[in-house]
Design a binder for this molecule. Structure first.
Ligand code: GLU
Length: 470
């Protein structure tokens, strides 16, 4: 085995970046970095019907979002599978030349007729017919008739696959183009890969790939198949059913560091109870041997809780910067010129302790930048119970000439409420909805202080008029 560890991440550029792919990438990255090895990015772009070049940028961007940077010395590539078709064809022909593969001209119909079944594998009909290459003839790998192929997997232990159940599989199609198992094995060998760490869905290919590695005389890699990721119904995470794209999570305001932390723990744990820790620590602690066999539950609630913790731990200035995207078009519901950075900064710290997703920031601060609050009916009905008009009236009277600090505003409202036999909490709800449009939000008196007297009183008037039309 080469002195340095060489792992690889081999995505197919077929769509947005799956969180399962992100986890595989992170585990590979951790191994490469902790052992001063290399992380090879290989884009498996040979499926012309499904691959789109623009997804390659998507892969690089997604990797860099989770701090796997192409500029890091541990990073190598990207290589492209499609650029090694010559090498893959040569590898296939070598197997033919050595008698380890043979040409076959059987059609599917002929095979079904011979075996009497749609489902049985290839019956070896052409094995010893000595066919030469001709357009339309597939090249099949001659698998052993006896014995076992034992895939020794770091995560799953040894899995035995009886050789007589592995059909003579196709390695190159009738037009000479290599198929996935061959391309994958040939590229791994050419790139000097020492560890194949990937999703469990590839375990079923592995005996075939291992037979190819052996046929090429290459030293076998360490195999590690990572557990399936499932949703709350224990179904495999699927892009049709579940939100699986890393890009979608980022767009909703999950912080990259929180995602990285959460994904690292998806199927592995350092064996203590500490869940939130910086990537550098996770990288040092990560051990392939400790990856779980059982499926990993992608718990969005837990991820969101992680995210909230990460948000709260940010220095305020970083929090302000992280919110930027949601304070601007097209996310923000206010006119761009209505936004005032000083006003946002005045409440940023209060918002930081309350949100779990950065995208929630707009609904916490929109009342400051919209001409009028957007009253949603549910909040309105909840807060504007009988007596609400009275509360608005006495609040307005108190605040009209109150000192304009959060503390003075609170004391004023509390005193006025007491005069009317109300607790402060009861009195706050209609005022909050009148001023911000919502029943939950930032602390009321700080909000009102930042909003200013004129706008606050005008909103109270508007709400009062809505309650009791003249
Ligand atoms: N290209 C394959 C995929 O995206 C990965 C193959 C591998 O990791 O060996 O699923």
């Amino acid at each position: 085995m080469p002195d340095t560890i060489r792992v690889r991440f081999a995505p197919s550029p077929t769509g947005l970046f799956h969180v399962g792919g992100a986890r595989s990438a992170l585990y590979n990255w951790a191994i490469a970095r902790q052992q001063q090895g290399k992380f090879v990015l290989r884009i498996e772009d040979t499926d012309e019907a499904r691959n789109k070049p623009e997804w390659v940028d998507g892969i690089l961007n997604a990797l860099s979002a989770i701090h796997i940077n192409a500029s890091d010395p541990a990073f190598e590539g990207p290589y492209f599978q499609s650029r090694n078709t010559v090498g893959q064809r040569e590898a296939a022909l070598k197997l033919f030349a050595e008698g380890k593969a043979y040409y076959c001209d059987c059609t599917r119909e002929e095979l079904v007729k011979r075996t009497g079944s749609q489902h049985l594998g290839y019956d070896g009909f052409c094995r010893d017919r000595g066919l030469e290459f001709q357009e339309g003839r597939a090249l099949r790998f001659r698998t052993p008739d006896e014995g076992m192929t034992v895939v020794d997997d770091v995560v799953r232990g040894a899995t035995e696959f009886p050789n007589n159940a592995i059909e003579d599989f196709v390695i190159a199609r009738g037009n000479g183009s290599p198929v996935f198992v061959l391309a994958n094995a040939a590229d791994d060998i050419r790139e000097g890969i020492t560890h194949v760490i990937r999703g469990e869905e590839h375990l079923s290919n592995t005996p075939k790939q291992q037979l190819l590695w052996e046929a090429f005389g290459a030293e076998l890699p360490v195999w590690a198949h990572l557990p399936v990721i499932v949703n709350e119904k224990r179904q495999k995470l699927s892009k049709r059913r579940d939100k699986v794209a890393l890009e979608d999570y980022l767009a909703e305001g999950y912080l990259p560091d929180a995602l990285v932390n959460y994904l690292m723990l998806l199927g592995w744990g350092p064996g203590d109870d500490v869940e939130i820790r910086p990537y550098e620590e996770l990288e040092k602690l990560f051990r392939l041997e400790d990856v779980n066999k059982s499926s990993a539950f992608f718990d969005v609630k837990k991820l969101t809780a992680f995210n909230g913790e990460y948000i709260r731990a940010l220095p305020v200035e970083d929090f302000v910067q992280a919110c930027r995207r949601w304070l601007e078009a097209p996310y923000a519901p206010w006119a761009p010129e209505a936004y005032d950075d000083g006003v946002f900064r005045a409440v940023a710290e209060l918002a930081q302790t309350r949100i779990a997703l950065l995208s929630e920031i707009t609904q916490y601060v929109d009342f400051l930048f919209l001409d009028a609050p957007t009253w949603d009916e549910a909040s309105w009905n909840k807060a504007m119970k009988p007596g609400a008009a009275e509360v608005l009236k006495f609040t307005r009277a108190r605040w009209a000439d109150s000192e304009w600090t959060a503390e003075a505003l609170r004391v004023g409202l509390e005193a006025a409420a007491a005069e009317h036999g109300l607790k402060l909490g009861k009195a706050q709800a209609p005022v909050r909805v009148a001023v911000t449009g919502r029943t939950v939000g930032l602390p009321l008196f700080e909000s009102v202080q930042v909003l200013g007297r004129e706008r606050t009183l005008a909103r109270i008037d508007t709400a009062a008029a809505r309650l009791q039309p003249a």
